[in-house]
Structure formats: structure tokens, C-alpha cells
Design a protein around this ligand. Structure first.
Ligand code: BDR
Ligand code: CA
Length: 314
């Protein structure tokens, strides 16, 4: 199994990414670290518990609470997209406890305990990762790789014309991370996610027909964002975060990838969080592998196989 940490702003597809980490036998999910992002911080923690419960692994993996706001900016919610991030599900959390250790300290400690072995799947703003870079000079070398969901490599954003949400929310953190020297793989919003990781209503109905507790959970979580997605012309629900975790565990899903120099815009208002991905006309050293095409049918079949698993949530 592949050991990793999930750094997440848990709502909608983050929940599905967590299911991947909890259910796949190829996965060794060591910890969840929470970062300010999609919805209110405490709601994100609640959504993470809901997801662990759906996987019948409630409290099996520690949740470390991290940065409650970006490094230098006000928090920007995506509640207009995600609602509460779980389609209105609720659970009595009495007795459940998150770790006392801050997410940034957990990231530093866990990677130091097994240097070069742990990957971090980063599916929210990069605040926790940047904080760990700044706090401990050994963190970069101790981390095997980062798998980052963020940015676009055709210039098209989803929160502004130019920027994808995760990089928009904390562009300074993204910049620190891309300049730090990690081995980085990027799953971009556009064009990759919009072409290869969108599930139409027809597909969602097929998954719902599995009739398992996991498929019911998945339907609730996806429905929360479907209306928004369709209102902006996306023909279904989007799954970039679960794709990011999936390609770590199943690299055979990657059909095309290329090395790019990636830089994040921090000074402009208009293009804040824009990811400049150089396409080779510039003499700039590559700092990331960018995923350009995946086996979309294989990804769908893989998630379907996970959602078909029997679980017994509480
Ligand atoms: C990213 O932001 C969130 O809405 C999703 O979970 C994903 O991480 C897409 O821009
Ligand atoms: Ca996310």
C-alpha cells in the first residue's frame, strides 16, 4: 500500500477523495490534515467524520486541525458552490475527538518519521503545506512527493476568469510550495477535470443504482454541487480531488503528462492565483509534472468499484 497524508478542505469531492484513501486496499492513509477552504472550518471537520462513517472507519484515521485562514488574505468561502459540502447530512458527533497536534506539526513529524516515504495529497488551499515549509527546513526533503489539485493549464479559472479556487484562496502559499523544490504532480481544473472527470446525471444515476450505503452517501454529496455546476455550463459533478488521490494509487490511469514550469500570480487583483504553466517556449526549469489526460472511463469504473463495496456505517 502507498502511504500518504490527505490535506483537505473537506466538502463534496474532498469527501470522495477521502473515500478513496479509506477504501482502496492499495492505500495506506496515515492522517487527515484540515485546511481553511471550501466551507466553514468546523463544517469541514464534520464532513470528514461523515465520510469516515460512510466508509465504516469512523475515527480510524487521525484528523489534525490546521490553518483556519490563508497566510495573508481573508478566507474566501465556496459555500455558494458547495452548500455545507455534504448535501445536508448530519451525524451525532458526541465523543469524537480530533488530534491535539496541529496539522502543520503533524505534517512535519510524520514525514520526518519516515523520510522520503510519505506523499501528501493536497486538495485544498496550500496554507498548511506552505507553513510546514517555512517552519521546518527538512520538510521538503522528508516528503516523497506532493500531489496537488489546483490551477489550470489553459488559463481558465473557476472562481475568477483566471484562477482556480485552491490557488486563488491562498496564492502566496501556492507560490511558496511551487518554489520549495518538492517533487510535484498537478491535477489542474481545466482542461483536464472539465473533460475527463465530470460525471453526468446519467452516470450519477448508474452509481446510485448500486444501492449501497456508499453510493447513497456519494449521491448526497454530489447533489450538493450539481445545480451550481449545471448553472455554469458544466454537464455534471466534478471530481478533481478524488482523481488526485486515485492517480497516486493507480498511476495507470494517467495517459498523458508533461513537465512544466509552474508559477503562481500573487500581485495582480485581476489574475490573483493564476497558474502560469510554461509550455516550453521559455527557458525555465520544470518544477512540476502536470497531468494532461487520464483514462476517464477507467477512473469512473474505479470509483464505481469502490462505491459498490459493502460497508456498515453507524
Ligand atoms: C477545487 O476547489 C474545491 O472546490 C474542490 O474541492 C477542488 O479542490 C476546485 O477548484
Ligand atoms: Ca478541495
Amino acid at each position: 500500500p502507498i502511504p500518504f497524508i490527505l490535506d483537505t478542505d473537506t466538502a463534496q469531492d474532498d469527501c470522495v477523495a477521502m473515500l478513496v484513501g479509506l477504501l482502496d486496499p492499495e492505500s495506506d492513509l496515515r492522517a487527515v490534515t484540515m485546511v481553511a477552504g471550501n466551507v466553514g472550518f468546523d463544517r469541514q471537520v464534520h464532513n470528514a467524520w461523515l465520510t469516515m462513517n460512510a466508509a465504516a472507519r469512523l475515527a480510524d484515521v487521525p484528523i489534525h486541525l490546521g490553518s483556519r485562514r490563508p497566510l495573508m488574505r481573508e478566507w474566501v468561502s465556496a459555500e455558494n458552490v458547495h452548500g455545507d459540502g455534504s448535501g445536508g447530512l448530519d451525524l451525532d458527533l458526541t465523543g469524537l475527538e480530533t488530534s491535539d497536534e496541529h496539522a502543520v506539526d503533524a505534517l512535519i513529524r510524520l514525514t520526518a518519521e519516515s523520510p522520503g516515504e510519505l506523499t501528501i495529497v493536497c486538495i485544498g488551499p496550500l496554507t498548511n503545506i506552505a507553513m510546514a515549509v517555512v517552519k521546518d527546513p527538512r520538510f521538503v526533503a522528508n516528503t516523497r512527493a506532493l500531489y496537488i489539485m489546483g490551477g489550470s493549464n489553459n488559463g481558465r479559472g473557476n472562481i475568477t476568469a483566471a484562477a482556480e479556487y485552491n490557488f486563488y484562496v491562498d496564492p502566496e502559499a501556492a507560490r511558496v510550495v511551487f518554489e520549495a523544490g518538492f517533487d510535484i504532480t498537478v491535477v489542474p481544473w481545466a482542461p483536464l477535470t472539465l473533460r475527463d472527470a465530470v460525471f453526468t446525471r446519467e452516470r450519477l444515476a448508474e452509481l446510485d443504482a448500486l444501492g449501497t450505503p456508499l453510493s447513497a452517501f456519494f449521491r448526497r454529496v454530489c447533489e450538493g454541487t450539481l445545480a451550481f455546476d449545471e448553472s455554469v455550463g458544466i454537464p455534471g459533478s466534478t471530481h478533481p480531488d478524488s482523481l488526485t488521490a486515485s492517480i497516486l494509487l493507480h498511476p495507470e490511469l494517467i495517459l498523458e503528462a508533461a513537465d512544466y514550469n509552474v508559477q503562481i500570480e500573487t500581485s495582480s487583483d485581476l489574475t490573483r492565483g493564476y497558474s502560469a504553466m510554461s509550455w516550453g517556449v521559455h527557458d525555465l526549469a520544470a518544477n512540476a509534472r502536470v497531468i494532461e489526460r487520464i483514462d476517464a472511463e477507467g477512473f469512473y469504473a474505479y470509483l464505481r468499484s469502490l462505491l459498490a463495496l459493502p460497508t456498515a456505517p453507524e
